[in-house]
Design a protein around this ligand. Structure first.
Ligand SMILES: [Zn+2]
Length: 460
């Protein structure tokens, strides 16, 4: 029996997973083999889960955070499983639903180095409404880069059979009306309600059947996948908890579309959607007024964001470990002392010290005044409250007053306790990362803030 290998000499073209089949007791087993016979075996294990490849390129600092710098990529360090299944969704939450999500929205122009408007940061809000002061209406809206309010096209029920149409322009209004027309031309429309049971998504389907004069609800059924030609996604009707009575008139049912182009209804139940569609089908849409363009100049936005602080610190921990792997090599972070931090980043298990120095010394001001358009990151050593030595990662993101800090490893560990602080300046506008000493950082801060006394830039 001849063994197949990814390459005769044990190497393989980049991107392919080399393998070999070896004869084993009772059969054959497939083992991953390494890219190069000369490579250090430990060099080809994921620094987070300690398993073999395939590996994916890993931004040391997430691209979405402004770190899309080709010189700061880890290769053959982080496996595709950790990258795709764990860190990608974690980073999305960190960037779009965390304490820094709004800072990012206002300050950072692009999520990638070369990105147009599509690459602008966004917020992952559980609910998002614009309060239109002219009419007292809560409109379906989104907040975009720079704080710009974006009004989704929507048809809001008024005194029957009237509706008010809101959209940012004629094209968006037409798209909504065309989609509604397509739906009410069909004799069966299905209302979909989405809910979660643990990790499972369940879609409740309620068919609305046209009997010549009305849409009426058929028998509902549930299944995990969508089974409908014309679906209207139902969302609960209710003002955000931040809206007070005097702020807005009560919310009324509406049909609207977001970027996904699916038709949504905000209503109490499938019955109400049937009523809306019946009114629309029986009263052909005619534009009797000029339509209302929402004024966004006096924007009042209601948004609710679910923030998971563990996600926040897990991502910070991962960035810290990535930075160490880049600066000191992947074997450095494979030391057992890092396993607590690695498990915390990857699995969310265990715990790490976070922000512990802030209680004893003004670590929050360690970096001095913020660097415009830059994050400041640092790897440093410090004493733990119980007298040990800790390797810490500190991050001042978007010029925040408070520096966030996580402990990556504690002694005993193979690092020089006198390790000089290493700083990184991450230019999140241009996606450039620069490594500096503390002295160079002080000079940069002084240059960025003419007139500042260098003594006001604290030293670590
Ligand atoms: Zn892994």
């Amino acid at each position: 029996m001849s063994a197949r290998a990814g390459g005769e000499n044990g190497t393989a073209p980049e991107g392919e997973i080399p393998f070999q089949i070896a004869e084993a007791a009772g059969g054959f087993a497939v083992h991953p083999i390494h890219w190069s016979m000369a490579a250090n075996i430990s060099g080809l294990r994921c620094i987070y889960c300690d398993q073999g490849g395939p590996f994916t390129a890993e931004h040391v600092v997430p691209a979405g955070l402004g770190g899309d710098d080709s010189a700061w990529i880890l290769r053959d360090c982080v496996c595709a499983r950790c990258n795709t299944a764990v860190f990608s969704p974690l980073e999305t939450k960190f960037l779009r639903a965390s304490p820094l999500a709004y800072a990012r929205l206002f300050l950072q122009p692009g999520t990638r180095k070369r990105s147009g408007a599509r690459g602008a940061p966004s917020i992952q809000a559980a609910a998002s409404f614009h309060h239109d002061l002219a009419t007292g209406t809560l409109l379906e809206a989104d907040m975009r880069a720079g704080g710009e309010t974006h009004i989704w096209p929507q048809l809001i029920a008024g005194e029957p059979p009237t509706f008010r149409l809101y959209a940012k322009d004629q094209a968006a209004a037409k798209q909504l009306l065309d989609t509604i027309l397509a739906a009410i031309t069909a004799d069966m429309v299905t209302v979909i309600e989405k809910r979660r049971e643990g990790f499972e998504v369940i879609l409740r389907h309620t068919p609305l059947n046209w009997d010549g004069t009305n849409y009426s609800c058929g028998v509902s059924f549930e299944q995990p996948t969508l089974a409908a030609d014309f679906a209207v996604w139902l969302e609960p009707l209710g003002p955000p908890s931040t809206a007070k009575d005097q702020d807005a008139t009560p919310m009324t049912s509406r049909l609207f579309m977001r970027a996904s182009k699916q038709l949504n209804a905000r209503a109490d139940a499938a019955d109400d959607v049937a009523t809306i569609l019946t009114v629309l089908r029986c009263n052909p849409l005619s534009q009797t007024s000029e339509g209302t363009m929402a004024r966004t100049g006096e924007a009042h936005i209601h948004q609710s964001l679910t923030i998971d602080m563990d996600v926040h610190f897990r991502v910070l921990t991962k960035i810290g470990i990535n930075v160490c792997a880049k600066l000191f090599g992947p074997d450095f972070v494979r030391a057992p002392a890092f396993s607590v931090a690695e498990d915390y980043a990857r699995l969310g298990t265990g715990n790490i010290r976070r922000n512990f120095i802030g209680k004893m010394t003004p670590y929050g001001s360690m970096f001095g005044p913020s660097m415009p358009d830059h994050h400041v990151l640092a790897i440093s050593t410090t004493k733990t409250p119980n007298g040990g030595t800790a390797l810490v990662f500190a991050a001042q993101l978007y010029g925040a007053e408070l520096t966030q800090m996580v402990c990556l490893a504690e002694s005993p560990i193979n690092f020089d306790p006198a390790l000089n602080t290493v700083l990184l300046h991450v230019d999140y506008v241009n996606h450039r990362i620069r490594q500096l000493t503390l002295e160079e950082h002080t000079v940069a801060v002084v240059l960025a803030h003419p007139g500042i006394d260098p003594n006001d830039v604290p030293e670590a």
